[in-house]
Design a protein around this ligand. Structure first.
Ligand SMILES: Cc1ncc(COP(=O)(O)O)c(C=O)c1O
Ligand SMILES: [Zn+2]
Length: 422
């Protein structure tokens, strides 16, 4: 394992990995830790070319940049190496020369969160923990439940009682102990932390566990590697896109994307840092507010949006999420629920990619950014689709309208199709 140390994101204090499990002891639960690697050691025996030769089509192709000690700890489900589609149709309609969709809805439990859960389950095995717990709006819990089921580790998930049915079904079918909290996601987060402390369960809570961002960073590694091979560019270094758009709730995905890019930059494997574009729902925009106000101190909001996955009042990884955007000279954007529903339709009809509302939020942000002239037409732009549309069928129906109910006659077919089209 190539970890050098943990570093507190608030005070820069360094810790040996054996010294702390979750956060910097000086700041209660908010001193989130960055995982720092021995980049010199990695570079001394590994090149981008070596990675590109790997036949391991999962996040574990980046083994040297991940915090796990034994390959035997890896959960069996295949996570990562999701497609990077060239979105020619939508790119054309937005007058963008180079638009790419990273479809993370194709992970085993249908969301980006599988990346983090795979790493945390592997770490949990190595730490010899009895139970892993997480608070989740649904996806992180489903990811933990699925990955842990494949590794036979017991799981307790705290989710808000309003979580979409499909996500709750996933939790149940994987055999997790499911606690639906009569409250918000933020309340479920606090309760899960308290239970982890009280009962000694290993917490996968987003950001609080330093390895969630490590799992999530693999999407950046993939984006740069896949872009390089699609552009038939040199493999001596990888090509980073100009911008990456992604939905932001707690801010751990965008922090993870930043971390992956930073690792590559320190290694000298990419030459430029993409601008990170964080997209939030208008009704849950705590990171946007902080970015706009020029601070990285997060003020909680009362969260309202159809995008349940990013319905977050107090983003737990907000400070790093705001910095990721500011440091890369990106921007935060807010989108309305109506814009998200339109983005769901456009992704599905334009490129055949079916996203849940939060999964389509990054694309909704791109549409708005183009409208507001925030991007140039010749930039290479990647939009991360973070969750599969089947996770929230009610929102899909809301976006798509209803089907025609017909009598079983050819006449009815004609009326609903040929005549209708004419
Ligand atoms: C589908 C989807 N998109 C985006 C996000 C936002 O990620 P984060 O909370 O790390 O900002 C989540 C988190 O639950 C999610 O499930
Ligand atoms: Zn600290």
């Amino acid at each position: 394992m190539n970890i050098s140390h943990f570093q507190c994101s608030l005070c820069n204090a360094d810790y040996a990995p054996a010294q702390v499990r979750y956060v910097c002891p000086k700041h209660g639960d908010s001193g989130l830790l960055d995982v720092v690697y021995d980049y010199g050691k990695i570079n001394s025996h590994l090149s981008p070319n070596d990675v590109s030769d790997s036949r391991d089509f999962s996040i574990w192709r980046y083994w040297e940049l991940l915090p796990v000690e034994n390959r035997t700890s890896i959960p069996p489900l295949r996570v990562g190496w999701t497609p990077l589609y060239s979105a020619k149709h939508l790119g054309g309609s937005l007058r963008l020369a180079s638009l790419w969709l990273k479809d993370d809805g194709l992970n085993p439990t249908g969301s980006f969160k599988d990346r983090a859960s795979a790493v945390v389950v592997a770490k949990g095995k190595e730490l010899g923990v009895d139970v892993i717990t997480a608070a989740s709006s649904g996806n992180a819990g489903a990811a933990l439940a699925g990955l842990a089921a494949s590794s036979h580790v017991p799981v307790v998930v705290f989710a808000p009682h309003t979580a979409p049915e499909a996500k709750v079904a996933q939790l149940l079918i994987y055999g997790a102990r499911v606690l639906l909290v009569k409250g918000t996601y933020d309340q479920a987060f606090e309760l899960s932390l308290a239970a982890s402390k009280e009962f000694g369960w290993y917490s996968r809570n987003t950001g609080y566990n330093p390895f969630t961002a490590e799992g999530k960073k693999t999407a950046s590694l993939e984006i740069c590697e896949q872009l390089t091979s699609q552009l038939s560019a040199s493999h001596r270094t990888w090509s980073a896109p100009d911008r990456i758009f992604v939905a932001v709730g707690d801010g751990n995905i965008i922090t993870g994307l930043w971390k992956g890019l930073r690792d590559l930059q320190v290694l000298g494997w990419i030459e430029k840092m993409p601008k990170l574009m964080g997209v939030q729902a208008e009704g849950a925009a705590a990171c946007y507010n902080a970015w706009k106000a020029g601070t990285d101190v997060i003020t909680p909001v009362d969260a309202h949006t159809i995008s349940d996955s990013i319905r977050v009042g107090l983003p737990r990884d907000g400070t790093r999420a705001v910095r990721a955007v500011r440091e890369t000279h990106g921007a935060y954007i807010t989108v309305s629920d109506v814009e998200v529903l339109a983005a769901m339709r456009e992704l599905a009809r334009g490129e055949g990619v079916f996203a849940e509302p939060a999964g389509a939020t990054g694309y909704a942000g791109l549409v708005k950014a183009v409208r507001d002239n925030l991007v140039d037409g010749d930039e290479q732009i990647v939009v991360v689709v973070t969750g599969n549309g089947l996770k929230d069928v009610a929102s899909a129906m809301n976006a798509a309208g209803t089907a025609s109910l017909i009598e079983p006659t050819l006449e009815a077919v004609r009326r609903e199709t040929v005549d209708h089209v004419l």
